[in-house]
Design a protein around this ligand. Structure first.
Ligand code: ADP
Length: 491
């Protein structure tokens, strides 16, 4: 209680006391008679008023204090979730405390339940997110393209390979109709048909080969399209128009290379059989003529023998080349590397080819330099490569032409380049890219010389696959060609 309150209470009491003293010490009639009646009335009224006011104030002040205590207690109960029961209530306010405690307890129970639920949901969410990330990681680890569409034929999932192969961005096209995503009517129709099929036959799947154009290249895809149940992950749309919720998983595997290899193998087999059959039929025919006595004179017989010998040599070269190429390609070839002088090796090959060149009056020049280049190679293989290039140069150069061979060192690259230049028939530009393919022969050249179409492929395999070098060609029709290969120099 403040001083002012005590003061008013004290003044009220003194006034009332004085009035009472006045009234009791003097007979009423004297006092009333002597005193100013108005003063007595005022004094009495003021005293009584002050007393009543004080009484009222005392009551209000107590309730006020009590309400403050109750409020503070409710607040403390709220902070301690309604568990604080130490309050000793007075003035009949226990029911308020009880009601407040009940409300707070109920509320805190609800809050706790809500917090618990929230925590459980957060955990579920985290688990779901971890599962989603795991599924994404698995999906993206698959090298095949995977595309998942929902019951509405809209894109719901796809992995990185699919985005790259089919050229779309998942974030941009999620929930877009598959026709718009793929931009490929046939493939979109297959996916839609499979979804229809899967809604009637659970586990429905299709397997097909499909061609697409990607980055300007034709690709062959092996496509598996399978219907799956319950793949609609949008809770607002878990019923399709047909009342089912089957989606489709499409797995696309790029089999372009496998297809090419399979085609090459079958081409190779048919080319080999064809190439083997040609000299064999020739040998067979001449042998039959000899057996039937159709060669009457020695000259004809010797001519026949020469043809048979030539065809037999060709057959043996063909078989050697096929075997060498297939050994290198399959990686079973035994490479015996040694440090050799390339100049010396070229010299040996030139000596072998020289007689062949002389018969055609071709000038064969070895442009030898003082520099000596050592290479760490399989000598027989490199010998074979130089031999093939030089023999081709002589073969496809007209009588009186010239063939020059040189070995040039490139010190910066630390390589040596063997170049065989001729003044021969040259090669049409359109055929240059195919020259190193197996069995490829320039059409116009088939009349000029016999060949297997395997020599240049063998050169490429020896230089590039076995020795890590590179081959190149420049040619101008009617003017000649320059075939070259580069090898790393030995340390
Ligand atoms: P081939 O046994 O037919 O000579 P190659 O693989 O060695 O087989 O050569 C493939 C084709 O490349 C030849 O058929 C020929 O058309 C062409 N060719 C190779 N070397 C030359 C060259 N020096 N000049 C012109 N054409 C060449």
């Amino acid at each position: 209680m403040t001083f002012s309150k005590w003061l008013s209470f004290g003044v009220g009491g003194i006034v009332t006391l004085l009035t009472a003293v006045l009234l009791t010490t003097n007979p009423a009639h004297d006092l009333i008679a002597d005193a100013n009646p108005l003063l007595i009335v005022v004094l009495f009224s003021v005293g009584i008023g002050l007393m009543l006011g004080m009484l009222h104030w005392l009551l209000i002040s107590r309730y006020d204090t009590e309400i403050r205590r109750v409020t503070a207690h409710i607040e403390s109960m709220q902070n301690s979730s309604g568990s604080n029961l130490n309050y000793q209530p007075g003035m009949g306010l226990e029911s308020i405390i009880e009601a407040a405690r009940h409300v707070i307890e109920t509320q805190s129970n609800r809050t706790e339940a809500a917090i618990g639920k929230r925590r459980a949901l957060e955990i579920e969410l985290r688990v779901a997110e971890a599962e989603r990330q795991r599924a994404d990681a698995i999906l993206n680890a698959i090298s095949d393209a995977v595309v998942v569409t929902d019951a509405f034929n809209e894109l719901s999932l796809a992995n990185d390979s699919a985005e790259k192969m089919l050229g779309f961005d998942l974030d941009q096209f999620r929930r877009s109709p598959i026709d718009r995503v793929l931009n490929d009517v046939d493939l979109s129709n297959v996916i839609k048909d499979t979804r229809e099929g899967a809604s009637n036959v659970p586990g429905f799947r299709r397997h097909l080969e499909h061609r697409i154009r990607h980055n300007g290249l034709d690709r062959v895809l092996d496509v598996t399209v399978a219907g799956i149940a319950g793949c609609n992950d949008d809770p607002d749309r878990n019923q399709s128009a047909n009342g089912d919720n089957a989606g489709v998983v499409t797995v696309l595997r790029d089999i372009t290379r496998e297809k090419e290899i399979a085609d090459m193998k079958s081409d190779f087999v048919s080319s080999v059989s064809h190439e083997l059959r040609t000299p064999l039929s020739s040998i067979k025919a001449y042998m039959e003529m000899l057996v039937d006595g159709e060669a009457n004179d020695d000259q004809t017989r010797s001519e026949f023998y020469n043809i048979i010998q030539g065809e037999t040599n060709r057959l043996s070269r063909l078989i050697d080349n096929i075997l060498n190429i297939s050994r290198i390609e399959s990686g079973v070839v035994r490479v015996q590397r040694e440090r050799i002088s390339l100049q010396r090796l070229i010299g040996e090959v030139v000596d072998v080819i020289l007689p062949q060149a002389r018969t055609k009056s071709i000038e064969l020049v070895y442009e030898e330099t003082n520099q000596c280049s050592f290479v760490f190679v399989d000598k027989d293989m490199i010998y074979q490569a130089v031999l093939n290039l030089l023999s081709n140069a002589v073969k496809y150069t007209q009588v009186g032409g010239s063939v020059r061979v040189s070995a040039e060192i490139h010190p910066i690259e630390h390589t040596v380049e063997v170049i065989v230049r001729d003044t021969g028939v040259g090669i049409p530009e359109r055929d240059i890219k195919n020259l190193f393919e197996k069995f490829f022969r320039v059409d116009q050249h088939k009349k000029i010389a016999k060949g297997t179409g395997l020599g240049l492929n063998l050169v490429k395999q020896i230089v590039e696959t076995v020795h890590g070098g590179s081959v190149s060609v420049r040619s101008e029709i009617g003017k000649g060609s320059a075939f070259a290969f580069t090898l790393p120099l030995a340390e």
